[in-house]
Design a protein around this ligand. Structure first.
Ligand SMILES: *Cc1c(COP(=O)(O)O)cnc(C)c1O
Length: 363
């Protein structure tokens, strides 16, 4: 398709309008051909200036990667340490901001769903803490593994920039990165002096109005996005999508408890709807188990990243996923635990089945 032709404008406009509903915003959504990492960079370089202070929170591996990027871009990063079992401590953010009388901190950056730990943070609470401190810092949120899987509200929660990617809850191949941009972030972009060209939001604004892009967009992925939006918004409905993820996540946790294994997420209120990180018994290697399951059943489980390498494996239950797919995955894990000689109770699959048979929508 000619990406400067009339047919393309329709596709572009449908994708841009649909993504606003996904982010739950009336504001602008920027779509890049790029990975989630690119969309992280876009959020920072459009709003900040070299030497600006940013406050980040170490929920896990992805939060740590984003903070590393901020440092390499010349920002001064304060990273609040976390234990990789809890979400963002809004009170700790509030305290740091309250102590920043000079308002040196220009942005607070947090990850909504930490993919390395299976912990989801309370973003509304972070916004409240920023407001309670009377601090003007921008709030930027990574929703790469929660968008379209776990309820997320850009406008209602007062987020200034939200970052997304195509390859998780949007059920697409990798290759699209998103920024949802609120009015305060647009304002910040006017005075921000970080060098930017490819990522420049202002280049997008004009052409996007008609459904076009300033450079060649990832046309094929946009066809896919249009279809994904139709599935999520029209065929199933976002509320049902979120409920399905909560149900499959709860079934997964029942399986983990049925095996007598641990859930890495320490706080029930922060359980992730996208994935569950499972803690191995002391003395047993998660990657050895993953290898057995891969060899015997051709099923790939998520590895433990950096600090939790070997200690946890992750079961993804996001995106285009249903009850029977989950049961196949859980059966593979239960058989793998036996084959690998990992001590466990054989009651995970049955526990998950009992729960799913109830088909609860009230979680
Ligand atoms: C996957 C992921 C990323 C990285 O996205 P890429 O597309 O691999 O660059 C960043 N943050 C979170 C929370 C993720 O799950």
């Amino acid at each position: 398709m000619d990406h400067r032709g009339p047919e393309f404008a329709e596709l572009g406009q449908e994708c841009l309008a649909g993504m606003k509903r996904i982010f739950q915003t009336e504001g602008d959504v920027i779509i890049y051909p790029g990975s989630g990492t690119g969309a992280w960079e876009a959020a920072l370089v459009n709003t900040l200036s070299p030497g600006d202070h940013v406050l980040m929170y170490e929920t896990g591996h992805f939060a740590a990667l984003w903070s590393g990027m901020a440092g390499r871009l010349g920002l001064k990063v304060a990273l609040i340490e976390g234990d990789w079992r809890h979400g963002v401590d809004a009170a700790a953010i509030g305290a740091r901001l309250a102590a920043d009388d000079a308002h040196e901190i220009k942005a607070v950056c947090v990850v909504h769903n930490e993919t390395s730990t299976g912990v989801t943070s309370n973003i509304a609470a972070v916004r409240k803490a920023i407001d309670a401190a009377g601090h003007p810092a921008l709030l930027m949120v990574d929703t790469i593994s929660s968008l379209a899987s776990i309820d997320y509200r850009h406008d209602e929660w007062g987020v200034d920039v939200t970052i997304g990617g195509s390859q998780k809850g949007l059920m697409l191949p990798p290759g699209l990165g998103f920024n949802a941009v609120g009015p305060k972030a647009w304002k910040a972009a006017e005075s921000s002096t970080m060098p930017r060209s490819y990522w420049d939001w202002s280049e997008m604004r004009g052409p996007n109005k008609q459904g076009y892009f300033p450079y060649t967009p990832a046309t094929n992925l946009l066809y896919g996005l249009r279809e994904a939006l139709k599935m999520l918004l029209d065929e199933e409905g976002l509320d049902n999508v979120f409920a399905r993820h909560r149900r499959l996540a709860e079934a997964t946790r029942r399986a983990v408890r049925g095996w007598g294994l641990g859930i890495l997420c320490a706080n029930e209120d922060e359980y992730s709807g996208s994935l569950t990180a499972v803690v191995m018994p002391e003395g047993h290697d998660a990657d050895a188990l993953r290898t057995v399951i891969m060899d015997r059943f051709d099923m790939s489980l998520g590895t433990g990243l950096s600090k939790v390498a070997g200690k946890v494996f992750r079961i993804g239950h996001l995106g285009d996923f249903n009850e029977l797919m989950l049961m196949g995955a859980l059966a593979g894990v239960e058989m793998g635990l036996s084959i690998a000689g990992v001590p466990h109770e054989p009651r995970g699959v049955s526990g998950a089945m009992e729960f799913l048979a109830e088909r609860r929508n009230d979680l």
